[in-house]
Design a protein around this ligand. Structure first.
Ligand SMILES: NC(=O)c1ccc[n+]([C@@H]2O[C@H](COP(=O)([O-])OP(=O)(O)OC[C@H]3O[C@@H](n4cnc5c(N)ncnc54)[C@H](OP(=O)(O)O)[C@@H]3O)[C@@H](O)[C@H]2O)c1
Length: 250
């Protein structure tokens, strides 16, 4: 069977662990050369070894000069980019009443500012038929206790896609949002702290809220990202694809 991303140049931000790593692996299996980013060099080196057909670049997506350097490298090596998965992000929990300026800035810088400039600075490199995929969240369209700042930041991500498809009209570039539900990643289990029992307790609780009765695995989000990255989704634009076991539909 032919590969879905043969010869494509892809970028996965936050591609060193969790959903980003699984997606970088799937993109490479489908024939793409994958640039992966993250802030921690050791995680980046491990990810490049796992992905294989990959280049790792240490980038903090909230630092615009680092994004410039990343895109200069891709431009010099390939001259264009076919697939952009703006996935780097995450959050922490604080209830209203305890929210700090630092918590707000960290969450919005990573999930909103980082995504905005990751996409905007890629525009000169994006080829015709390029696919931009943003990582939203089920939290962007429902309430979660102590997670309001994260939820608001993911609602902003989903709103970006709606307007960007209009700004990009005529360029033959698609923008879609993939919204995972609870997915077994380091970023998720860390919300419960370092204790393994508490982490399992969080996963069990989250699984009980999902119609399919379990949390997602990173590769299940990655498989949906392959669909949005490839020509299989050639007329899908501005959509929000929930990959959540049904959680956002109830
Ligand atoms: N897991 C879930 O249940 C779930 C559900 C819905 C949405 N999401 C979203 O899915 C995306 C991936 O999360 P995950 O669960 O896979 O978490 P993860 O395992 O913590 O992975 C996050 C990745 O992003 C990188 N990253 C974080 N901040 C960054 C920054 N400022 N610049 C560059 N890289 C950065 C991390 O590497 P460094 O720390 O080394 O930079 C890592 O590679 C996030 O946008 C998250 O909000 C996750």
């Amino acid at each position: 069977m032919s590969k879905k991303l043969e010869g494509k140049i892809a970028l996965v931000t936050g591609g060193t662990t969790g959903i980003g790593l699984a997606t970088a692996q799937r993109f490479a299996e489908e024939g793409a050369h994958v640039y992966v980013t993250g802030r921690r060099q050791a995680e980046l080196d491990k990810a490049v070894a796992l992905v294989g057909n990959a280049t790792g670049v240490a980038v903090d997506s909230t630092r615009l000069e680092q994004l410039d350097e990343l895109y200069a490298r891709i431009r010099d090596a390939h001259g264009h980019l076919d697939v952009l998965f703006a996935n780097a992000g995450g959050g922490s929990m604080l209830p209203l009443g305890e929210i700090t300026e630092e918590h707000y800035d960290d969450t919005f810088d990573r999930n909103v500012k980082g995504v905005l400039f990751t996409v905007q600075k890629a525009l000169p490199l994006l080829a015709a038929k390029a696919s931009i995929i943003l990582t939203g969240s089920t939290a962007g369209s429902s309430g979660t206790a102590a997670f309001s700042v994260y939820s608001a930041s993911k609602a902003a991500v989903r709103a970006f896609a709606r307007s960007w498809i209009l700004d990009l009209k005529g360029r033959d570039i698609r923008v879609n949002t993939i919204s995972p539900g609870a997915t077994r990643t380091p970023g998720l289990v860390d919300l419960a702290g370092p204790d393994a029992q508490q982490q399992q307790g969080l996963l069990d609780y989250l699984a009980s809220q999902v119609p399919l009765g379990r949390v997602g695995e990173p590769v299940e989000i990655a498989n949906a990202a392959v669909f949005l990255a490839s020509d299989d989704s050639s007329f899908v634009n501005g959509a929000e694809l929930f990959v959540d076991g049904g959680q956002a539909q109830i």
